[in-house]
Design a binder for this molecule. Sequence first.
Ligand code: C5J
Length: 221
Amino acid sequence: MTGIAAAPFAFPLDRDRVALIVIDMQRDFIEAGGFGASLGNDVSLLSAIVPTVRRLLDGFRAAGLPVIHTRECHRPDLSDCPPAKRLRGAPSLRIGDPGPMGRILIAGEPGADIVPDLAPLSGEIVIDKPGKGAFYGTDLGLRLVDLGISQLIFAGVTTEVCVQTSMREANDRGFDCLIATDATESYFPAFKAATIAMMTAQGGIVGWAAPTDAILEALHD
Ligand code: C5J
């Protein structure tokens, strides 16, 4: 077992039981001209991490370790989208509405796709999730048990919404979780910083945090 230099203390990496999970690196959240941009968000913050997420992906792929991708999206008939999710607030576009890259957050639409630089390779698991958390309404838990995974390295967007929710779900299910600090991002930098601080506080109450270099260094030790 090798340790990853991490906060609040070294992460006990177990190469036989670790997987990378990349949360929602979808065109609609990340690309100029997508849903996130149409809501007035500065997507350049999110697109800036694509090369770092790619380095993590390449590191896990080169080491022959499992990679999981998630996409936040719904069925075209919206049967898996609670009205409370679709109708809350007064956004200019709602889930299922026609947007700049097809229907917003609908499976199969161009905007729901993962950005080309991070596209899943054949054999990698892709989880379509109707909620913010990757375990809610999906078979992710079963897939991880099948693979014998007990440790998850998290990357993706947004830090305080889908990444944090998924990491908390995983932590409650008994996984050791680490967030890659430079391979996750938020439209709101203060929210990212607060999320990482709260998850690693109290002796790692939700998990660990480390930069990509530290993760890759430990992988290749
Ligand atoms: C994600 C969102 N992926 N912010 N979704 O964080 O609604």
